[in-house]
Design a protein around this ligand. Structure first.
Ligand code: ZN
Length: 680
């Protein structure tokens, strides 16, 4: 339910005058409204995306180290360069705060490529030794518990989650997992591209095992075993579209029930091994998965499980090892899967790694340096304006009964707005970070995070906790918390600018706010009530009408082509992207209403030759200017609930009467859909 798929990117906000200037490599911040991004040779009513972004796309080819390059990636890079400055300063000898010392040490150890290279695969030896000693199924489960505590994924996921029926309470939670390729389809589908991907994957696994010291023959047979085992997991897994429905993931049971459902795992002993607080009940999001894999746990030889675990150790940590591992990992995951040409320079990787491992230690420093005191206030005003428009919009809907409207308004009123950064930071004081041991630094951070997560089981929900770090250029809505969250990282151009006119800011951050609010009322969000509990508050006929209207969105987007190349054509998955598309359409509509309410009589004054309505839509469109590799587009079509930039723009404006009015489009124009979709 985020604004877009993050690529493990971390960034920083720049407020004028506060940008550190000591480092020459600080990237240029993007601008809010870019006339040079336009392609004026195209009629906006024919292809608005090309009109808004054609110039930008022609002038901004994908850099070699990226698989996707858009205007928010420009912001990412800018933020990354600011974080880099913070870390370079913190890593230098001198007087530092405890937090600076910690992130500085982490970054230094990561940048110490010489030490990392000299170690080769050595950091993994203790894990390989543990796995070698395993002699029975119980030992496999003990190792899985151990690896999960150390931050390495294997077979399934275990931790705490909000109780779907009592959002004030955290409960234990078990879910499917354990695949390496980005989706179960890669293992199951028989089209030429999926087959090719599996072949390349086996080659990659073999290569990695060889680098870790195995003989080629052994490595080849191990690689085949890994694919076979992961294919079994994929066949047992619930697909992404089914996973979207919270009802499909709502299966509360006792540990005894689970033990009956999946007897071969020995879950009671496993839970003890994880170090989790004792509990009787848990949610098992995908019972069928555990039932199926339990049966296989009996039939698949132990040697194969051990091979799989060694692979997961190797792959989870490839980025922390010496150059040959890093390069091979990139060759498959970055280059083959996503189409990037070269790996990012080390400082970028180390900066991202510091943000993802110690995000709330780096976050306070970043916020202090970049996020002005008035940032929160100004943003809150915008949020309130869009919330007011959403309330007005709900009241005006002609398809919804008053009964459902009252509950919808109640839910809207209950939404909590979180802006910038958390009120309370995580306490890393017990996490030991040294200056020369990248591998163990990451272990320490992972151990801290998984223990923190497990220890929430049985406790009240901490609704103040954030799911993204402050420098992140993204935003999100949480159904169980009924809150919208805007990290400081997104509160800058091209989304928000202190110097831009309201029209442009409402097209940017205003549409983001509207998007997150609408998530509370999309195919997933509408199933949660004002308190964040799974409860149907819709009248039967309103629920039916909602689904009829969302079917229109499903059909609209399912007709869009994600990629068409020599490997064939891939369309978008209308059901997978339904929630995000609903949020985009609703978000733009209410942000526009909020703008018009604010402008009142001054709503027609032109700036740079465009009316405020036109500037609003251009501002919205330009957030999505991007160039993407075909490889990335293929992976995203299968895994990303967000549509590509082109359709986030054209898919929305072609439903929008306000857009069509702003640009005087006529019936029959491509940007005027005959059967326009309107949910919110
Ligand atoms: Zn979203």
């Amino acid at each position: 339910m985020s604004f877009f798929k993050s690529i493990a990117v971390s960034l920083v906000v720049a407020c004028a005058g506060l940008v550190p200037s000591a480092f020459a490599q600080t990237a240029k911040p993007p601008v809010s409204f870019d006339l040079s991004a336009l392609d004026k040779s195209v009629n906006p009513c024919t292809d608005f995306y090309q009109f808004a972004c054609g110039g930008w796309r022609a002038n901004n080819p994908i850099p070699g180290d990226k698989s996707r390059w858009g205007r928010f990636n420009e912001l990412d890079e800018y933020n990354l360069s600011l974080l880099h400055n913070i870390l370079e300063t913190a890593a230098k000898p001198g007087k530092h705060s405890a937090l600076e010392q910690k992130v500085g040490n982490f970054y230094s150890a990561c940048m110490d490529e010489k030490t990392v290279d000299a170690l080769g695969v050595k950091p993994l030896q203790p894990e390989f030794d543990r796995i070698a000693k395993i002699s029975d199924k119980a030992g496999v489960m003990q190792q899985i518990a151990h690896m999960q505590q150390e931050g390495m994924s294997a077979l399934f996921g275990f931790g705490s989650s909000t109780d779907m029926h009592d959002s004030n309470q955290m409960i234990a939670s078990l879910g499917q997992g354990g695949l390496t390729l980005p989706d179960r389809d890669y293992y199951i589908k028989d089209d030429p591209k999926s087959k090719e991907t599996r072949e390349k994957y086996v080659e990659h696994v073999q290569k990695m095992f060889e680098l870790a010291g195995e003989k080629p023959e052994q490595a080849a047979s191990d690689a085949k075993n890994v694919l076979a085992l992961e294919t079994r997991l994929a066949q047992a897994a619930m697909d992404r579209v089914a996973m979207r429905d919270p009802k499909n993931r709502d299966h509360r049971m006792t540990v005894a029930d689970l033990d009956k459902l999946a007897p071969n795992f020995g879950f009671p002993a496993y839970f003890v091994a994880t170090g989790a607080p004792k509990f009787n009940d848990l949610n098992v999001s995908t019972p069928d998965y555990f039932k199926t894999i339990s049966a296989q746990f009996e039939t698949v030889p132990i040697a194969e499980w051990k091979t799989y675990l060694r692979w997961k150790v190797l792959k989870s940590n490839a980025g922390l090892l010496s150059k040959p591992f890093v390069d091979e990992n990139f060759r498959f995951s970055g280059q083959y899967m996503n189409g990037a040409k070269e790996i990012e320079v080390r400082w970028k990787r180390c900066t991202r790694m510091t943000d993802s491992n110690l995000g709330e230690a780096l976050g306070p420093i970043y916020v202090e340096q970049t996020f002005g005191a008035d940032g929160k206030e100004r943003m809150l005003k915008l949020v309130e304006a869009v919330e007011a428009a959403m309330g007005k919009n709900i009241q005006q809907l002609d398809w919804m009964s008053d009964t459902t409207k009252q509950d919808a308004l109640k839910k809207l009123k209950s939404i909590v707005n979180n802006i910038g950064y958390p009120d309370k930071w995580k306490d890393y004081s017990k996490v030991t970070i040294t200056r020369n041991d990248l591998f163990n630094n990451v272990r320490a951070a992972d151990r801290f995070e998984s223990a923190r997560n497990r220890n929430k089981i049985g406790k009240p929900t901490d609704k103040k906790e954030w799911g993204m770090t402050p420098p992140t250029v993204n935003a999100y809505y949480r159904g169980s918390m009924n809150d919208i969250n805007f990290p400081a990282g997104i509160l800058q151009p091209p989304f928000f600018s202190r110097t831009a006119d309201d029209a442009v800011n409402f097209g940017g951050i205003g549409a983001v706010i509207g998007h997150e609010l609408t998530h509370g009322f999309d195919d997933q969000g509408r199933k949660f009530d004002a308190s964040g509990n799974l409860r149907d508050w819709w009248t039967a006929s309103d629920g039916k009408e909602f689904e009829h209207r969302t079917d229109c969105i499903v059909d609209e987007y399912a007709n869009f082509t994600a990629v068409k190349d020599d490997k064939g054509e891939v369309k978008l998955n209308g059901k997978l992207t339904l929630g995000e598309n609903t949020a985009d359409n609703g978000g733009v509509k209410i942000a526009y209403m909020a703008l018009m309410d604010m402008l009142g009589a001054s709503g027609t004054k032109q700036v740079e030759g465009f009316t405020p309505a036109q500037r609003f839509f251009i501002g919205y469109g330009q957030v999505w200017c991007q160039n993407v590799t075909d490889q990335y587009s293929r992976v995203a079509a299968l895994t990303d609930p967000h549509s590509p930039g082109k359709y986030r723009v054209n898919g929305v404006v072609s439903n929008s009467v306000e857009f069509q009015k702003a640009f005087a489009c006529k019936p029959g124009d491509p940007m005027v859909r005959e059967n326009a979709c309107h949910v919110w």
